[in-house]
Unconditional design. Structure first.
Length: 326
């Protein structure tokens, strides 16, 4: 059976097709890039509407199928930006009703985890989910993906993007910060804020902006920002692994593409005798294939979403879903 997934939680409109054996048949997307500043939800949603038919056509052509061949329609139900979420939900409802096929509402965060496990072969990892909108340390325990640590304020990806904008770098800024950081080894002491198992990134962002204005070199600040923030996450991840007694660690989300972050996690895992996995770059950002695949595993477990339960949920937490398919 082929499952079509639609992702539109934030800046990306993604549509992907997978089959229920785990083969990704297509994974097409378009990203909304604001002319200046951060993402305005309504403008991003308008962009998703404008490119929807183009992305859908590409996804079906690459997968060599028609909408009539699709056995179920999955969509990102949350968390995310309300106007953006409603694009995928509305489209999936329409397609489900038109073709009389099952509808599956998918938790966006869990979709990152499931496609990460599919792509890497990780079985039961502690997961670090780091993106523009989320920063969580997660593990499957007692039938749910439990959050063992998370940001108390802004997500790490958001903090990186905000610091990039302070340097005049447009969205998304994380990849450019990674490149600039390679030019320095001059560490600046920045706020390192771990409270129990949770983290705060507002302090390091504020101090980095202040030092930038005072004349500290961009490359020194980029290097130090990464080293400090990634060390915070690595510390919390290691403690979660010890608590859960797991010997795998998996990093997912857009920031998973950062090679230095993966290197630090790999060193920690090796010292523990554990295995470290990172989702491939093509699946690291928001994408439709991850929604389709999670819809597939949910459908195998008999999970469908009735129309009256398909409303989007901007605060749809990772630990709100009963995981009956693992």
């Amino acid at each position: 059976m082929k499952i079509l997934g639609i992702e539109s939680t934030a800046h990306t409109l993604g549509i992907g097709v997978v089959d229920d054996s785990g083969e990704i048949l297509s994974n097409e997307w378009e990203m909304f890039v604001p002319e200046e500043g951060g993402i305005t939800p309504r403008l991003a949603a308008d962009n998703h509407v404008n490119v929807f038919q183009t992305v859908m056509k590409r996804a079906l052509e690459v997968a060599s199928c028609e909408l009539e061949d699709i056995g179920a329609f999955a969509f990102s139900q949350g968390p995310g930006l309300g106007p953006c979420l409603r694009i995928s939900a509305t489209a999936a409802r329409y397609l489900s009703k038109k073709y009389n096929k099952p509808l599956i509402g998918v938790n966006h965060c869990i979709a990152h985890i499931e496609v990460g496990k599919l792509a890497t072969g990780a079985k039961d990892p502690v997961v670090i989910y780091v993106s523009g909108g989320n920063t969580q340390v997660i593990a499957l325990q007692s039938g749910r993906y439990r959050v063992f640590g998370e940001t108390l304020d802004i997500a790490l990806g958001n903090a990186l993007d905000q610091f990039a904008r302070a340097m005049g770098i447009p969205h998304p800024g994380g990849p450019q910060i990674e490149k600039i950081a390679l030019k320095s080894k001059n560490y600046q002491d920045l706020p390192y804020t771990v409270k129990g198992m949770d983290m705060s990134f507002s302090g390091i962002l504020t101090e980095s902006k202040r030092r930038l204005k005072s004349g500290v070199k961009k490359e020194d600040l980029c290097y130090s920002f990464q080293e400090t923030a990634f060390a915070m996450l690595t510390e919390v991840t290691e403690r979660a692994m010890a608590h859960c007694e797991k010997d795998e660690v998996l990093v997912v989300g857009g920031v998973a593409a950062n090679k230095r972050f993966s290197e630090m996690l790999g060193i920690m895992a090796k010292e523990r005798g554990a295995k470290m996995f990172a989702v491939p770059l093509k699946l690291a950002g928001d994408n439709g294939a991850m929604i389709a695949w999670t819809g597939a595993v949910m459908l195998k477990a008999g999970i469908k979403t009735p129309l009256n339960k398909s409303a989007v949920n901007q605060k749809f937490r990772t630990d709100m879903v009963d995981v009956t398919w693992d």
